[in-house]
Write a protein that binds this ligand. Structure first.
Ligand SMILES: [Fe+2]
Length: 156
């Protein structure tokens, strides 16, 4: 069916974004751990695990609709040099993810696929929460002095 063909293609694209997000968050969390920022490590590593669930759910949905998911669009993770850069990049990923989910929800609604609609809304809410968390970190980095913010993140 034409509508489902479009939806499957978009779901594969979103799946690739989720898999890229896992890689990005794992690299970022390990960098934070290596720098001694235990709190940031725990938070970002937890986000990577949630992105794994999102990927799993998208694969399951794609399989149910018609066919095996495609996972061929992985991109390299950029090596960053500071917490501010990590947070800025993770904000971008989450903003893009929420936009993609909102557009895909519209597509699912056009073909009356309420199950996909509800699944995508749940995932989008989590990614939106992560965007908010990253925005808070970005604000705190600017409002508190950088050394105090970093000291708080280093506490176990
Ligand atoms: Fe996600």
């Amino acid at each position: 069916m034409k509508g489902y063909e479009d939806l499957i293609n978009v779901l594969n694209s979103i799946l690739a974004d989720e898999l890229n997000a896992i890689n990005q968050y794992l690299v970022h969390s390990e960098m934070c751990e290596n720098w001694g920022y235990a709190q940031l490590y725990l938070a970002i590593h937890g986000q990577a695990m949630d992105e794994m669930h999102h990927s799993d759910w998208l694969m399951e949905r794609n399989n149910f609709i018609e066919r095996a998911p495609k996972v061929s669009k992985l991109i390299p993770v950029t090596t960053l040099k500071s917490i501010a850069e990590i947070i800025a990049e993770d904000i971008d990923v989450n903003i893009n993810a929420v936009n993609s989910y909102n557009n895909t929800i519209k597509l699912a609604n056009e073909i009356y696929d309420q199950v996909t609609d509800e699944l995508l809304a749940i995932i989008a809410k989590t990614d939106e929460d992560y965007e908010a968390w990253n925005q808070i970190q970005s604000s705190q980095l600017k409002q508190i002095n950088k050394e105090n913010y970093m000291m708080n993140q280093a506490l176990n």
